[in-house]
Design a protein around this ligand. Structure first.
Ligand code: PHE
Length: 341
């Protein structure tokens, strides 16, 4: 039967060895060190007991004490080395500096953004500058100043999102016309891309939020022919030199006369296909000569100034351009779809 001090050293060493083997943090290793070598640890306590050891045992116990302490230090060092190696801290020799870097994946512009960017670039080349307005609008800017009668169906809460304070989510980018004319003297030549909201039931061609680009051109002696030539130039820049446009009579409260305009079908060149429903034409947007009542509302003299405005749906153009058959794809943020652009 060996001395109880030797037994204590043996069992403490095998406990500590097991703990150190499983240690995964420096703190755990330190905890074991304190248990064994710390001021209140095992070895300082044992050294106090040494005086009471029988003289015939003293040599053996002293030896066990010393080798135990050395052995424990080795276990500690081993555990520390194991941690350092596992932490991935490599020496310079192990780093291969000739390996190629990791390529960062580039994002993609959203098709709606691409159409906006390209359209704005085309209009800028024709002397338009970009204007902006709020998405939360007043009834005055979205309807009243745009000559929209109080009983016009588009004002219905079933069609337009209203806030409790009476403001609304703009249903069109046309209120930007009003804000621009309120803030500057004529002449005016702006385009205003932006988000619009309508209380539509979503389906393949309708979304509750969508984008428009508004155009406004005010000067002396502006005519419908100017409108047509600007839209024709835009169509050809965007879709190529063979596209033609046509204007059809329509009605908007804020333009007189009003038109809807079509581009000749870019798929079939006007012969008739599925995309244009055999008509040879693609409906693009609304436009017209700015109504004198709108000019009066912003303090422009309709006897001196005239102009045209247009507003087109970006999603519709994006869908034609990129052959997208469901508007909802543009809003689902599925990267498998978006990565194609
Ligand atoms: N704001 C109209 C719409 O959303 C489009 C339009 C803009 C028509 C400018 C005429 C002039 O349908």
């Amino acid at each position: 039967m060996s001395n109880p001090i030797i037994q204590k050293i043996d069992s403490a060493l095998s406990d500590a060895g097991a703990k150190l083997l499983n240690a995964v943090t420096e703190a755990e290793i330190e905890e074991v060190r304190i248990e064994i070598l710390g001021r209140n640890g095992l070895f300082p306590a044992l050294s106090k007991e040494m005086g009471a050891v029988q003289p015939e045992d003293r040599k053996a116990v002293g030896q066990a004490f010393n080798t135990g302490r050395t052995r424990f230090q080795e276990l500690l060092d081993g555990a520390k080395q194991r941690l350092a190696a596992g932490s991935g801290a490599k020496s310079c020799d192990e780093l291969d500096l000739t390996l190629p870097g990791r390529l960062r994946k580039l994002g993609h512009k959203h098709p709606v953004t691409k159409v906006i960017d390209d359209s704005v670039a085309i209009f800028r080349r024709m002397g338009f500058i970009v204007a902006d307005g709020p998405e939360i609008e007043t009834v005055y800017h979205n309807f009243d100043a745009l000559n929209t009668p109080a009983d016009h169906p588009s004002r219905d809460p079933g069609d337009t999102f209203y806030f409790k304070d009476g403001r609304l989510l703009r249903t069109q980018t046309s209120p930007v016309q009003i804000r621009v004319m309120e803030s500057q003297e004529p002449p005016v030549r702006i385009v205003a891309p932006g988000r619009c909201f309508r209380r539509d039931t979503p389906d393949a061609t309708h979304s509750m939020n969508f984008h428009q680009i508004e155009g406004l051109y005010i000067d002396r002696d502006v005519s419908l022919a100017d409108l047509k030539s600007i839209l024709q130039a835009y169509a050809r820049e965007l879709f190529g030199p063979n596209v033609s446009i046509r204007l059809r009579p329509h009605f908007f409260p804020f333009t007189e006369p009003s038109v809807e305009y079509d581009f000749s079908c870019i798929m079939c060149g006007g012969k008739g296909c599925n995309v244009c429903k055999q008509s040879g034409w693609l409906e693009i947007a609304g436009a017209g000569m700015v109504d004198p009542n709108v000019l009066k509302a912003v303090g422009y003299d309709p006897e001196i100034w005239s102009g045209f405005a247009f507003g087109m749906g970006i999603e519709r153009i994006a869908m034609i351009r990129y052959r997208i058959n469901d508007i909802r794809l543009l809003y689902e943020n599925d990267t498998r779809f978006l990565e194609q652009f």
